[in-house]
Design a protein around this ligand. Structure first.
Ligand code: ADP
Ligand code: MG
Length: 715
């Protein structure tokens, strides 16, 4: 589509034109129905069932006008992907007439066959029913297909007994919990004007693009989504000349097409740039309400994947597709805003608003300090284990970076140099100038997993391929808890007759001291930090099975249950599904690697070895004639080295096979997961070392796989 002068249409004329958002609803719904739906979206009130028919009708008419033939409830089972089951609008009437129908009931609820989705044992097999339920707070959208589009209705996925079988439900529950706690605290601080607190998320998405033809020739990329072997070329990313460099045309073409689709879906894609590693890129959207942003991030991944395919690329969302090269993450920019539009993590212009800022800042410190293990567990996956702590990725140890100025300010409060939130005291210590101070100081400590960046926190350890829902659900819940405790402490002091500001300052002071261990301004990659973190008592959970173990703690269960975010059964389900996923992923990797070694790499090496051997034998025959003398020896040594490595590889492949064989010998998800971490992964690594050595010695023309050089340095 182009305008009259041949230029593409302005974004503002196409933005969201494939979504059934508030604007479209306002235009198409009777006034009372629209008012009811707006209330539902803003305050979580239930939409009266009687009105659902009107909404369904308007939605259907809109979808049909846009070429839709089918609708689906679009939901997020625990697989980490999205799911949809399409139903046609088509209906045959009693008199044989064919018409298009879509009722309120069909809009509100649907019943996909739940038995094939993981439930972590929550649903006994005889009770396989699961329901999807419309989430009106996330706009319905049209997904284009080759011949007509599908109306997708964002939905929650719950069991017959109301248990959450998905990612979205706990996120929605956690947002409600946080809102309730934060509103109460704000009222205590004198902000009676606030009725609701909203969590915001801006999820920066990192990814790699590689050529599709090369991708298809790498079974590891196709099956395991990352390279299981591959030697690093000498340049790799040492020069970092790719970062923020000019975007190649072929990639720009891909990005522009993807952005056009995202805009039509109402997704505010904002920034595009090269990332640190070659062929690595990033897309950052403008932040939105967390539930919508989490849905949108899933769509971003989906749209990027499809457009990449169309453009002859393969999209790699894995956290560590290439060893020795930067991995990918999802920088989870998180903040809270109140119903008046104020960002609670934004320093204000008056002592009063800065006091509020400091309170929410300290609550965040308290949340991360208290629930560091839970946050680590929320981002645990086989892929992320390879990334955390390697090549510019945040370490597995949770800590918070505030920046020098804020660090200093908290220090002055802690030392009691400011004990009142009055104008004069704040002014003397520079606190009344917080906005200026903080803006100048949003510089990054890229080694921190959880950094304050001016008016939000950036949780950088979130994996690139996973949905954002769980990390944010944990963050919100931990935050609700911290806020409640801080509010209770302030409330008690006020009840004892202390003035409000003095009570707040006293509580801040205590909490700043109590949470000191979580603050770290230094180099998160250094060995000293690992040692120091240990002495501070901070958890360093290196592998997924270790990290997920935290979900089994009594303290974790208590938190989720207390805030009605996850019941014990729901938490257990997530624990087992994650463990199983981990085991499956490692098993696939191991088997894929074995297959590549046995059917591609060893045969190629043997062919090369035999060429060397034949050549050497020939040289031997000619030895006297040509008077080769000692000159043969280095070549014989080369043959011996290759033969030795091939034999070593065969030995290690056998060991890997035995390790894979042992995987299901004992049973139990916990056992299998730790067996993967302790036996299978090391066996894969041992194989890889030799393969990568051989890659450096075997004739390039005979190497059976596209190399890192082909994948990352050929444009
Ligand atoms: P930088 O590039 O310096 O990291 P940006 O301001 O460009 O920071 O934002 C990066 C990401 O953070 C974007 O996705 C943006 O939407 C998001 N973001 C900005 N402000 C907020 C906020 N208040 N809450 C949540 N996310 C935010
Ligand atoms: Mg960033």
């Amino acid at each position: 589509m182009t305008s009259s002068n041949g230029a593409p249409p302005r974004i503002t004329t196409t933005f969201g034109n494939r979504t059934f958002g508030l604007q479209t609803m306002r235009a198409r719904l009777p006034r009372d129905v629209y008012a009811a739906i707006e209330r539902t979206i803003k305050s979580g009130e239930r939409l009266p069932t009687a009105l659902a028919d009107a909404v369904a009708h308007a939605m259907k008419e809109w979808a049909l006008e846009h070429g839709a033939t089918h609708y689906c409830h679009w939901f997020q089972p625990l697989t980490g992907a999205t799911a949809e089951k399409h139903d046609g609008f088509i209906s045959v009437e009693r008199d044989g007439a064919v018409i298009e129908r879509f009722s309120g009931e069909q809009l509100i609820q649907s019943e996909p066959d739940a038995s094939s989705f993981p439930s972590g044992g929550m649903r006994a097999t005889f009770e396989a029913r699961g329901y999807t339920a419309w989430d009106p707070s996330s706009p319905a959208f049209l997904m284009p297909g080759p011949q007509g589009s599908t109306l997708c209705i964002p939905s929650a996925f719950i069991s017959y007994h109301g248990q959450a079988l998905d990612e979205k439900t706990p996120l929605l529950r956690s947002s409600m919990a946080l809102s309730k706690s934060a509103v109460a605290l704000l009222h205590l601080l004198g902000r009676d004007d606030v009725t609701r607190v909203i969590t915001f998320l801006g999820a920066e998405q990192e990814y790699f693009l590689v050529d599709q033809d090369l991708y298809k020739r790498r079974p590891d990329l196709v099956m395991a989504r990352r390279t299981l072997v591959g030697a690093l070329p000498p340049k790799a990313q040492q020069l970092e000349d790719h970062y923020f460099g000019a975007i190649p045309d072929r990639v720009l073409d891909f990005m522009q097409e993807a952005e056009r689709e995202l805009y039509a879906l109402g997704i505010p894609a904002k920034t595009r740039h090269n990332e640190v590693a070659p062929h690595q890129f990033e897309l950052a959207p403008i932040h939105e309400e967390v539930n919508v942003a989490a849905d949108h991030n899933l769509l971003v991944m989906e749209v990027l994947r499809r457009v990449a395919e169309r453009k002859g690329f393969a999209l790699l969302l894995h956290e560590k597709p290439f060893a020795g090269v930067n991995g990918s993450g999802k920088h989870n920019n998180w903040s809270m805003g109140d119903s008046t539009g104020q960002n609670l993590l934004e320093p204000g212009r008056t002592p009063q608003s800065n006091l509020q800022f400091l309170v929410f800042l300290v609550c965040t410190l308290k949340a991360v300090h208290r629930r560091a293990g839970l946050l680590r567990a929320a981002i645990a996956s086989a892929g992320n284990d390879h990334r955390l702590g390697a090549n510019e990725a945040p370490p597995a140890i949770m800590s918070v970076f505030l920046g020098e100025e804020l660090d200093r300010i908290l220090g002055t409060i802690e030392r009691g140099e400011v004990s009142e939130a009055g104008d004069r005291q704040f002014l003397n210590l520079g606190i009344s100038q917080l906005p200026a101070v903080v803006q100048d100081n949003t510089d990054r400590n890229r080694t921190s997993p959880f950094a304050f960046t001016g008016n939000k926190f950036e949780f950088r350890a979130v994996p690139s391929s996973m949905p954002c829902a769980m990390p944010n659900a944990v963050l919100n819940t931990a935050m609700a808890e911290a806020i409640d405790e801080v509010a209770a402490a302030i409330g008690q002091r006020i009840a004892r007759g202390e003035a409000r500001e003095a009570a707040v300052m006293a509580v801040l002071r205590r909490e700043i001291t109590a949470t000191k261990a979580i603050r770290f301004e230094g180099d998160g990659y250094s060995l000293e930090w690992q040692r120091e973190a240990e002495s501070r008592g901070l958890p360093n959970l290196r592998t997924t099975p270790e990290a997920l173990g935290v979900w089994r703690d009594h303290a974790s269960r208590d938190l989720f249950v207390r805030y009605h975010v996850l019941s014990e059964a729901e938490l257990d389900a997530r624990y087992y599904v994650r463990l199983e996923q981990y085991v499956k992923e490692i098993e696939i990797e191991a088997k894929t690697l074995l297959g590549m070694v046995r059917t591609q790499i060893v045969p190629a090496c043997l062919r090369y070895q035999s060429e060397l051997a034949v050549g050497l034998a020939r040289l031997h025959e000619l030895r006297q004639v040509v008077q080769l003398g000692e000159a043969i020896e280095p070549q014989a040594a080369l043959l011996r080295a290759i033969a030795g490595e091939i034999s070593a590889l065969l030995g290690r492949a056998d060991k890997l096979e035995a390790a894979v064989h042992g995987l299901h010998s004992v049973g139990g998800a916990e056992w299998e997961a730790s067996y993967c971490a302790n036996a299978v992964i090391p066996a894969c690594a041992a194989v890889r070392v030799i393969v990568d050595q051989l890659e450096g010695q075997v004739d390039r023309g005979q190497w059976p796989l596209p190399t890192y050089y082909d994948l990352l340095f050929q444009h």
